[in-house]
Design a protein around this ligand. Structure first.
Ligand code: PLP
Length: 397
């Protein structure tokens, strides 16, 4: 397929008859008609609770739900039984912090980095507090890359949890190498893939990690659905996260036994309609091709970089060699909140603030930045409109 962001945009109802310039894709992405149709069709034609009903409607819903699991599994190169549906990356990491995290002891270490999102910091802080383990951070360099020579992998390290791509700096971390280093010291390697799998081809076996977490809404799917992939050997060993329906085998008044994986980790009615939406989103992304998507984002990001540099009077954060479609910046003399409000007058949506990464912002010496982040429907025209608006705003100040 010949990729054209302009053509892709036509598949997204939100852009129809609108001059919206949407540059906040690291926060959430817009939804193509195919995803909306898949969810609507589930509700209109096959709405029944999954894994419970013996009637046809229930089998249809279950089949659509389980088909989505297969699509997710194929998409990341894993068997279906290793795909746990969660509500998103945040829940996936909390699941790990509550299960694996609670097996830690005082003296054990959890290793994360200074560029993590709060959802890959706070659950580990809570686990450390519960168990007496300590939380260590890999520092970052001037260019916004992990300072690998000062990464403290040691025999006390039991869990390493790192982002695939920074939602602030755009840095793509060398996960294969990090997985090797984690395994050399006998630690478990977890990847926060919220900004990974939506933007590049991911094969969890090639990455060499033990767990990989991501959110559907950042890859065209509905909100409320996410994934935790984990290796069978770990999932079999781990205790369940939440208790309730579906995750059990036998329940007596005194105790319970657990269902097989992945259901052991899916207590209660799952977000099956949203999961079906995720399956449709994966179909849509696969039709374009993940390499094509990553390449498009590289081109548009470079175009935006050049355009911003031409405008001048800006500070851009992060200049890693391996990077994705995120640019964080501040404009001299304009507070990012003012910038966002003025851009909004021109129907241009960017994110400003700490991006749920307050420790990183502190390292950068800022309390807030502006951020533009791209996806498959953004084209050069979006960047041109942004730059024209920015030039006008600079004129006011
Ligand atoms: C790197 C990263 N990790 C985790 C998250 C949390 O994702 P969610 O809010 O979908 O759980 C985000 C969301 O912005 C993110 O960018």
């Amino acid at each position: 397929m010949n990729f054209s962001a302009k053509e892709v945009k036509k598949d997204f109802p939100i852009f129809k008859d609108s001059n919206l310039v949407y540059l906040d894709n690291a926060a959430t992405t817009q939804k193509p008609q195919a995803v909306l149709d898949a969810v609507e069709s589930l509700y209109k034609e096959a709405n029944a609770n999954v894994h419970r009903a013996l009637y046809s409607l229930g089998s249809d819903a279950t089949e659509r739900f389980e088909n989505s699991r297969k699509k997710v599994a194929n998409f990341i190169g894993a068997p279906s039984k290793e795909i746990i549906f969660t509500s998103g990356t945040t829940e996936s990491i909390n699941l790990l912090a509550r299960t694996l995290g609670d097996t830690l002891n005082s003296g054990d270490e959890i290793l994360i980095s200074e560029m993590e999102h709060h959802s890959n910091i706070v659950p580990w802080q809570m686990a450390a507090k519960r168990t007496g383990a300590s939380l260590k951070y890999i520092p970052i360099t001037e260019s916004g890359e992990l300072e690998l020579e000062n990464a403290d992998f040691n025999i006390k390290t039991k869990i390493v949890s790192l982002t695939h791509m920074s939602n602030v700096l755009g840095t793509i971390n060398p996960i294969e190498e990090l997985s090797k280093r984690a395994h050399e010291v006998g630690a478990i390697m977890i990847v926060d893939g919220a900004q990974g799998v939506p933007h590049m081809a991911v094969n969890v076996k090639d990455l060499g990690c033990d767990f990989y977490a991501f959110s559907g809404h950042k890859m065209l799917a509905p909100t409320g659905i996410g994934v935790l992939w984990g290796k069978t050997e770990h999932l079999e060993e781990m205790d369940p996260f939440m208790g309730g329906g579906e995750m059990i085998d036998i329940v007596s008044m005194e105790s319970s036994t657990w269902n097989e994986i992945p259901y052991k980790f899916e207590a209660g009615t799952p977000n099956f309609a949203q999961a079906v939406g995720l399956g449709a989103a994966i179909d849509y992304l696969e039709k374009i091709g993940m390499d094509e998507i990553q390449n498009h984002e590289k081109v548009i990001t470079q175009y935006a970089y050049n355009a911003l540099n031409q405008i001048g009077g800006l500070k851009i954060y992060g200049s890693a060699k391996e990077r994705g479609g995120v640019i964080s910046f501040n404009v001299d003399g304009i507070h990012p909140y003012d910038l966002a409000q003025f851009l909004n007058e021109d129907n241009i949506a960017i994110r400003v603030g700490h991006h749920c990464a307050q420790p990183l912002l502190k390292t950068l010496g800022e309390t807030a930045t502006a951020r533009m982040s791209f996806y498959i429907y953004n084209d050069e025209l979006d960047v041109d409109k942004f730059c024209a608006s920015l030039e006008t705003i600079k004129g006011y100040f």
